[in-house]
Design a protein around this ligand. Structure first.
Ligand SMILES: Cc1cc2nc3c(=O)[nH]c(=O)nc-3n(C[C@H](O)[C@H](O)[C@H](O)COP(=O)(O)OP(=O)(O)OC[C@H]3O[C@@H](n4cnc5c(N)ncnc54)[C@H](O)[C@@H]3O)c2cc1C
Length: 535
């Protein structure tokens, strides 16, 4: 059998690792990415990558503890098989990354400097450049992909916004994309979506602007099942964007070093909310912060005691990127508490896949933040997403090269609902969508709010200034509809999905997983004209 041509869409850590795996396996591949190679959420990652290495095991850590922490943080909604695969693959992934010249921070004896983050029971977070782990990973992996490109082992197409997938042909799949306002297309035997997150749906997010749920829109329009979308993670400590719009996020690792959350009265409100206090899982801390604001308080992260305890200059050495960003906004966490809010950070759900990246559509695969392998359950454990993106992207490429035509993931355990066709066409612009999603699909939710949002969205049609903006807005709109239907359907609170109108928290450990498909009559987003074929 001749080697298959694979199309990889996206160049964060998932897309880059997938590309390098195609090179290792000698599979012809084309990587398309909507800006430059390496753009996306990955490069922003600060805290690090969780892994139980031999060094960790020697200090008493175990893969089984990583599995247990991941399942617990996910409110027991995670898939046990996928979580086992994730945690057991971590040490091997670290080795592969080091072969690609990723440099994790080590001490003078050559041991990893293992950090602690919220809800981890051991120090197991590897980091690079202090708090620049994502940038370090992306730089090394991008360099490796560039050199494979120079050797003719992979094609890279930049500034290519993928707008649609055509899976109607027997075994060929067509990828439609826009490049400098030209409509182009290419054929592949299998397609991997590695398109990242959906942060642009919310008014406040830690994600860069390109996080527009494109993979979810593309997969949904191709007929794939999207699951667990009601579980959106809110990061507790985005520097208040109203006060300091450029200051960005403060990693959980800062609390791991001992920083605490306080209100303007200096009260440590997390102490009475959870026995793990400031290091409780993200959903718990985000709700604690949200409640403070609802009660009229302001919230700060206070790291001054860390500096006092560990010596002057410690915070700047341990967190150089965060320190520099804060300084550019006139802030210094060694000297004063920093005002923070909870902001959208991560999507636990996404395109439903098995542990080999297969979606419910033969030939279509997904990995990284756009996919739902079920590892994160109802709430992601800190530093598990870089790991997930890379482990399952490599798995997916292996499956893409070997799967029989027609192979797809099973959807056995899923309860799948169908979104109705959109009826009326009131124009909907991005700021309106962001404001609606922030109001009804935020940290706190109600059934009534979700229903109200569904009524508005089902009677709306996205409108934007140009074709690219419209494509992205349409993807966010599809994603918002799915989250709204899912948020309405799940009437009890679970993990990051907090229904304030629910009688109780669902902690049965035996939770239903909901999946969604679009109505079959849903029109394709764009009828592309004047197509050209990529040779
Ligand atoms: C501020 C911040 C800090 C974080 N810190 C950590 C951390 O410490 N540890 C951790 O594990 N996780 C962290 N995360 C989460 C983690 O970074 C992401 O979940 C992960 O990097 C996602 O990788 P990805 O490859 O799936 O997506 P991304 O890195 O977002 O890449 C997506 C790619 O797809 C491309 N793309 C999207 N749509 C299209 C399209 N239509 N056509 C063509 N290309 C397209 C994008 O341009 C991009 O190249 C953090 C996230 C943020 C935002």
């Amino acid at each position: 059998m001749s080697p298959r041509t694979l199309a990889i869409i996206g160049s964060g850590v998932a897309g880059l690792c997938a590309a390098l795996e195609t090179v290792r396996l000698g599979l012809p591949a084309i990587l398309l990415t909507k800006q430059q190679l390496g753009d996306g959420n990955s490069t922003c990652a600060q805290g690090g990558l969780s892994a139980v290495t031999a060094q960790g095991e020697a200090a008493g850590d175990a893969v089984a503890s990583h599995v247990a922490d991941t399942l617990r943080a996910g409110a027991w909604h995670g898939g046990a098989e996928a979580v086992q695969e994730l945690c057991a693959s971590a040490a091997g992934l670290v080795h592969t990354l080091e072969e690609h010249a990723v440099q994790f921070d080590k001490d003078a004896s050559g041991n990893y400097q293992l950090g602690l983050e919220a809800a981890h029971s051991a120090h197991r977070i590897l980091h690079a450049g202090g708090d620049a782990t994502g940038a370090g990973l992306v730089a090394a992996l991008t360099a490796a992909v560039r050199s494979a490109e120079r050797r003719g082992q992979i094609d890279v197409i930049e500034n290519a916004l993928v707008v649609d997938l055509d899976f109607a042909g027997a075994h060929r799949r067509t990828v439609h994309y826009l490049q400098e306002d030209r409509s182009l297309e290419l054929d592949a035997d299998a397609v991997l979506l590695a398109t990242g997150g959906l942060g642009s749906l919310y008014a406040a997010s830690t994600n860069p602007q390109g996080a527009t749920a494109d993979g979810i829109g593309l997969a949904a329009r191709a007929g794939a099942v999207i699951s667990d979308l009601e579980f959106i993670q809110f990061h507790p400590t985005l520097v208040d964007p109203q006060l300091h719009p450029q200051a960005g996020m403060i990693s959980e690792a800062v609390r791991g070093e001992g920083a605490v959350l306080v209100n303007e009265l200096g009260q440590r409100f997390m102490l009475e909310l959870d026995e793990r206090a400031d290091l409780a899982p993200r959903d718990v801390v985000a709700r604690g912060i949200h409640a403070q604001y609802q009660a009229g308080h302001q919230v700060f992260i206070d790291a001054r005691a860390v500096e006092t305890l560990k010596g002057a200059g410690f915070l700047a050495r341990r967190f150089p990127s965060i320190t520099a960003r804060l300084k550019a906004s006139g802030l210094d966490m060694a000297l004063a508490p920093i005002p923070v809010v909870a902001a959208q950070h991560y999507a636990m759900g996404g395109i439903h896949t098995d542990t080999r990246g297969r979606t419910s559509i033969p030939g279509l695969y997904a990995a990284g933040e756009c996919a739902n392998t079920t590892v994160h359950g109802a709430n992601r454990l800190a530093s598990n997403s870089l790991l997930e993106a890379m482990v399952f992207a490599c798995n997916a490429v292996n499956a893409m090269g070997a799967d029989a035509p027609g192979r797809a993931c099973g959807i056995g355990e899923l309860v799948v609902g169908q979104l109705p066709a959109v009826q009326a066409q009131a124009p909907l612009e991005l700021p309106q969508l962001q404001s609606l999603a922030s109001e009804h699909l935020g940290v706190y939710r109600t059934g009534e709010g979700a229903e109200q949002l569904i009524r508005v969205l089902d009677a709306s049609a996205p409108v934007a200034q140009d074709q690219r903006a419209l494509v992205e807005l349409d993807n966010l709109y599809t994603c918002a509809r799915m989250i709204a239907y899912a948020a309405k359907q799940r009437t009890q609170s679970l993990g990051a999905h907090h229904r304030v109108d629910a009688a109780s928290q669902d902690n049965t450990g035996n939770t239903v997983r909901y999946g969604w498909v679009l109505d079959s009559a849903q029109p394709m987003i764009r009828q592309l004209e004047n197509k050209e074929v990529h040779a």
